[in-house]
Design a protein around this ligand. Sequence first.
Ligand SMILES: CC(C)(COP(=O)(O)OP(=O)(O)OC[C@H]1O[C@@H](n2cnc3c(N)ncnc32)[C@H](O)[C@@H]1OP(=O)(O)O)[C@@H](O)C(=O)NCCC(=O)NCCS
Length: 166
Amino acid sequence: MRFFRAAPRVLPAQPTEAAVLADLYRRAWSDCQRLLDPRLVDPRLVGDLTPPAAEVRCWFLGGFEIFRVRHEGQLVGAVRCCFPTSTCHVDRLAVDPDARGRGVGHLLLEHAVGRARRAGVTRVWVQVSPKLAAAHALFRSFGCRETGRLLARYWGEEIVLLELSV
Ligand SMILES: CC(C)(COP(=O)(O)OP(=O)(O)OC[C@H]1O[C@@H](n2cnc3c(N)ncnc32)[C@H](O)[C@@H]1OP(=O)(O)O)[C@@H](O)C(=O)NCCC(=O)NCCS
């Protein structure tokens, strides 16, 4: 780990962490909104990616696995996996703006890919806006390849579909 003394561990998040997870997503995306220029990114995308705690709590009711990293008592990153039809769909990856560039995103994605392998699936799927340069570079660094692009009407944004064979 680049700047952490001890490598943070990725662990399954607990339902009791729903509120801090929601807070992490709010911090992570408010920063992106600044980076992305709010005039250029559809607010529905950011709105959808900053769920309230009640919605995050529902993720724990079934169908999703949420993993998180804590550092010095703070939740600094999270990612979500689900397993539709022999694939692992990875989404909701976010790192606290103050903890970026230290390998947390890499650690979370590595964990998600490892989870996909253990689940016995053959492909990981990710959707990402091409405007999110850091996320795009991170997925590409794992060998994800572009399989298509679509206009996500629910977000009003172009989305790149990425696939990784595992
Ligand atoms: C994308 C995100 C999770 C990366 O987290 P992070 O902890 O800063 O990433 P890491 O420090 O592990 O960096 C891993 C790799 O990502 C890429 N990367 C990270 N930040 C980058 C930046 N600002 N510009 C370009 N590439 C970047 C690089 O390939 C980097 O590898 P390198 O350091 O060897 O060059 C973080 O920026 C984030 O939360 N963004 C907002 C939410 C988001 O875009 N989520 C993805 C939705 S699909």
